[in-house]
Write a protein that binds this ligand. Sequence first.
Ligand SMILES: NC(=O)C1=CN([C@@H]2O[C@H](COP(=O)(O)OP(=O)(O)OC[C@H]3O[C@@H](n4cnc5c(N)ncnc54)[C@H](OP(=O)(O)O)[C@@H]3O)[C@@H](O)[C@H]2O)C=CC1
Ligand SMILES: O=CC(=O)O
Length: 324
Amino acid sequence: MKPAVILYKSLPDDLRAKLDAHFTVTEVHDVSPETVQQHAAQFAQAEGLLGSGGKVNGDLLAKMPALRACSTVSVGYDNFDVEALNQRNVLLMHTPTVLTETVADTMMALVLSTARRVTELDQWVKGGEWKKSIGPEHFGIDVHHKTLGILGMGRIGLALAQRAHFGFGMNILYNARRQHEEAETRFGARACDLETLLKESDFVCISLPLTEQTHHMIGAAQLKMMKPSAILINAGRGPVVDEQALTAALKDGTIHAAGLDVFEVEPVPADAEILKLPNVVALPHIGSATHETRYGMARDAVDNLIAALSGKVEKNCVNPQIQA
Ligand SMILES: NC(=O)C1=CN([C@@H]2O[C@H](COP(=O)(O)OP(=O)(O)OC[C@H]3O[C@@H](n4cnc5c(N)ncnc54)[C@H](OP(=O)(O)O)[C@@H]3O)[C@@H](O)[C@H]2O)C=CC1
Ligand SMILES: O=CC(=O)O
């Protein structure tokens, strides 16, 4: 008999067919308590879980006694209680690598659009405001040859450094827990402590995961360390930045602008103060959202679940130690 699986994200037809060939699939909308209650029998029997978003914690695991593997269509896994999964010997699979270059492109787009005021001026032109040559009140700031500081020199940080160094001749600073030789030798990146990075960077770019250590790593005190001309880019996770402190810093000129793909609450409420600021470029968490990359992530997530439930895990596993 095929193992039972809960799917909580729709898949392209060919990938859904592949999943159906290996498993008995129940597709649901999400993994909220209401959905679990509605499909209690299927959740109780499921050996696999595939999707993205939603909290996978002890409460959900208690309703899924047969669960052996989770496969998230994302690289970030802050919505999973990994400790609880480990205690239950449930494998957690994710999709690193396939999305790295696309997310770095998104970050570079935020760097350029904030510095050159692309979205603000787009609205200005479309609003019929362009009646004569523009003056200094509409000028932006240069990106090329400036200093770009990267918080989190992992896969995405490295791909961003590559773009900034080769494409824009930028100086690269970084802060991570360990030294990254590849970034230093290939892109001339310099490791530094957080304070130095904040003080010296023209662009502070966050590609950190959300953990207990990174939660509100950037608050009022850190924003004050930045140059008044500096721009903050966050494509890691919203809660890495204290959004209330950021809103205040953008309003009072502590920093110049921000480019945000992620927010403390998502979707960000339409009436959030930060969305009213002209010096903010806001995106709806689209770091990896291209047709090619989202397909690749879904494909990898399906393959990851097949590997995990057949005992053939070779890569993309967050907690491989539990196989031993
Ligand atoms: N906006 C979007 O759509 C997307 C957002 N993301 C986010 O980007 C994150 C990073 O992805 P990826 O680059 O693949 O992950 P990696 O694991 O490759 O990189 C994470 C980096 O963060 C660093 N780091 C972790 N904790 C700390 C800390 N406490 N202090 C300093 N540095 C720290 C790591 O340091 P070290 O190298 O020393 O271990 C590493 O360099 C994801 O976890 C996700 O949250 C990812 C994809 C899309
Ligand atoms: O935010 C997206 C991810 O893949 O993580």
